[in-house]
Design a protein around this ligand. Structure first.
Ligand SMILES: Cc1ncc(COP(=O)(O)O)c(C=O)c1O
Length: 364
């Protein structure tokens, strides 16, 4: 049996029809960028996340770049973040002229709140936690550190639409939330897309200007920025997926529970914390035999991924150039492996994945 890590084809005939209809509607009204579907999506996302203000942008990277810029992060500033993320997180800080400083992670792979404070100095302006693999960070502790030192908090929610902690949605707890909605994400477009969420009207107004070249009234440039607007067609696709999102999450969570039960005692499994809802963007197991297991799964037709090596502080572009405090991350990243767990993975496929992992440990 073959089990791909992710299958981006739209194979369901009803979904295909619905998406094609959405494109036709956009072609009919002709408001191709920031059209009515964008505004509708912004409103719906705001309601789901619990934020009054939202801005559709053209990627998760842009959401981060524009959010940091709107807050006023720039040359000479430091932003403390996790070492474990897709490099977009650090790059968004750097392209604004600031320096990423890498703290450490907990055993659940999210930012360790206790690793932040030793890195704070007079240049520190903000903390940028990443809700990694669909698991909400320990936001109360992170927000307490931010408050104590008057720092802004930018949440990278790229992997975590729908994740909750104590009934609060990610992206509603810091000053500003940033979501990726590219085609690999659980709340996906058919290409590139992103969203910014905030309850701060002034910040939102700034983002609105920054997402189109710093122009006011589309003509007069007040700030240097770029074009980061969201396509109407992408918003229309995301809106359709949003309508099915709870069913999709239920399936992901069911597969996660299946793996928790099947793999208990063999590998470290990414269980939910009490009072939290993980969305399992990836199902990341941890085992010291990671490399051998990955190879064995590959030989048995199962695709898996290591997300992400090198760690951001060890990427050639950052290594030796920024401060880090990332010892636990360096240890854990040797053990992580993401196995197929998205909503398209069938019952037969997940049983085959679990059986293959069990067989690996039996024979090794
Ligand atoms: C944690 C994290 N931050 C930022 C991004 C960047 O998002 P995008 O690819 O939409 O630019 C990603 C995308 O994979 C991500 O996983």
């Amino acid at each position: 049996m073959k089990v791909p890590f992710l299958d981006l084809r739209v194979t369901d005939p009803a979904q295909r029809k619905e998406l094609l209809q959405a494109v036709e509607t956009v072609m009919d009204h002709g408001r191709i960028i920031l059209g009515p579907e964008v505004q509708r999506l912004e409103n719906k996302i705001g309601k789901r996340v619990g934020c009054q203000f939202t801005s559709g942008v053209n990627s998760g990277t842009d959401a981060l770049v524009l959010a940091l810029r709107a807050i006023g992060i720039g040359h000479g500033d430091e932003v403390i973040t996790t070492p474990l993320s897709f490099v977009a997180t650090a790059n968004a800080i750097t392209v604004n002229g600031a320096t990423p400083v890498f703290a450490d992670i907990l055993d659940d792979l999210t930012l360790d709140p206790e690793s932040i404070e030793p890195l704070i100095n007079e240049k520190t302006r903000a903390i940028l936690p990443v809700h990694w693999a669909g698991k909400a960070c320990q936001m109360d502790s992170i927000l307490a550190v931010a408050k104590k030192h008057s720092l802004k908090v930018i949440e990278d929610c790229s992997q975590a639409f729908g994740a909750l902690t104590h009934e609060r949605h990610v992206g509603s707890m810091g000053d500003i939330g940033c979501f990726s909605m590219n085609s690999m994400k659980s709340l996906a477009s058919l290409g590139e897309a992103g969203m910014i969420t905030t309850n701060d009207k002034e910040l939102w107004e700034k983002v609105d200007i920054l997402r189109y070249h710093g122009l006011k009234n589309r003509e007069v440039c007040h700030f240097v920025s770029h074009n980061g607007r969201l396509d109407t067609v992408q918003a229309a696709f995301i809106e359709k997926r949003l309508d099915r999102y709870e069913d999709l999450l239920a399936r992901r969570r069911d597969t996660a529970q299946f793996y928790h039960d099947a793999l208990a005692g063999l590998v470290h499994t990414p269980k939910d914390h009490p009072h939290c809802r993980d969305v399992f963007y990836t199902y990341t197991i941890q085992t010291k035999k990671r490399d051998e297991l990955k190879l064995y799964m590959e030989e048995h037709g199962i695709e898996s991924k290591i997300q992400h090596i090198p760690l951001m502080p060890d990427q050639p572009v950052y290594k030796g150039k920024t401060i880090n405090n990332s010892n636990n991350a360096r240890k854990l990243v040797q053990n992580v492996l993401c196995i197929p767990a998205n909503e398209k993975v069938s019952d037969e496929q997940r049983e085959y994945v679990a059986m293959t992992i069990k067989n690996f440990f039996k024979q090794s």
